[in-house]
Design a protein around this ligand. Structure first.
Ligand code: ZN
Length: 229
């Protein structure tokens, strides 16, 4: 039995990007933990942060992160993975005040990487994983980059291709993947079942559940890369 630690920036990234592989490992008897970094609450979101909630059809009184943490718990339950939620705040709550700002590099006064590094190190100490997975950062989301920077020096790190960003980016890898996991039918079924749990995100990310299913059906493999030196 191996212990696999998937470090997910947001509540959905690990399932969207590596759900099939994680499902296969759990079925093979490994112990999978999905550690999600940005799951913290803000009592009364304002401005762009509030808009990010309203544009998902959720009113200002909905506890958006509580809802998303529950989605993640359901997704983890599909494969029997253990969810852990770190209470860091997503970029819209850290001064990134528009959609373009989320993809335009980190702010000089953003100290999130150091705080993430400490929190992730504590989890790694506790869990003693044999393999650590995280984001390659296709799409350049500032939160994905922060997580990658905070975890990339851990031993045994492999980076997944961030989906659905992968489908809309011009990304060409600089080196071949360290390994390719060919999805079995059952992997794909479990991956889709996990992704479906993130109901609040499906309209925004895919245009709905049917589109998610169609796009998942077209995926044949999940690719993982060693961090470049
Ligand atoms: Zn994300």
């Amino acid at each position: 039995m191996n212990r696999i630690l998937a470090i997910s920036p947001h509540l959905d990234d690990a399932a969207f990007s590596a759900g099939g592989y994680l499902a296969s490992r759990e079925r093979a008897g490994d112990e999978v933990t999905i550690l999600t970094c940005f799951t913290g609450n803000v009592e009364q979101p304002e401005g762009f942060a509030l808009a990010c909630q309203l544009d998902k059809g959720l009113g200002p009184d909905v506890d958006y992160m509580a809802l998303r943490r529950a989605e993640d718990e359901a997704a983890c339950a599909v494969i029997g993975a253990k969810p852990i939620h770190l209470p860091f705040l997503e970029a819209p709550h850290r001064g990134y005040d528009s959609a373009p700002a989320l993809f335009a590099g980190s702010h000089e006064d953003d100290d999130i990487v150091e705080r993430l590094r400490t929190a992730i190190a504590e989890q790694v100490e506790e869990l003693q994983p044999d393999a650590v997975l995280g984001p390659l950062c296709i799409g350049d989301h500032v939160d994905h980059h922060a997580v990658r920077e905070a975890m990339v020096d851990l031993p045994g790190v492999l980076l997944w291709e961030d989906w659905p960003y992968l489908d809309r980016s011009e990304y060409t890898p600089s080196s071949p993947p360290a390994f390719v996991h060919e999805l079995s039918d059952y992997d794909r079924i479990q991956r889709l079942a996990m992704c479906r749990c993130f109901a609040s995100q499906l309209g925004f990310q895919f245009g709905g559940e049917d589109a998610l299913a169609k796009r998942t059906a077209a995926i044949s493999s999940e690719r993982f890369y060693a961090p470049s030196p």
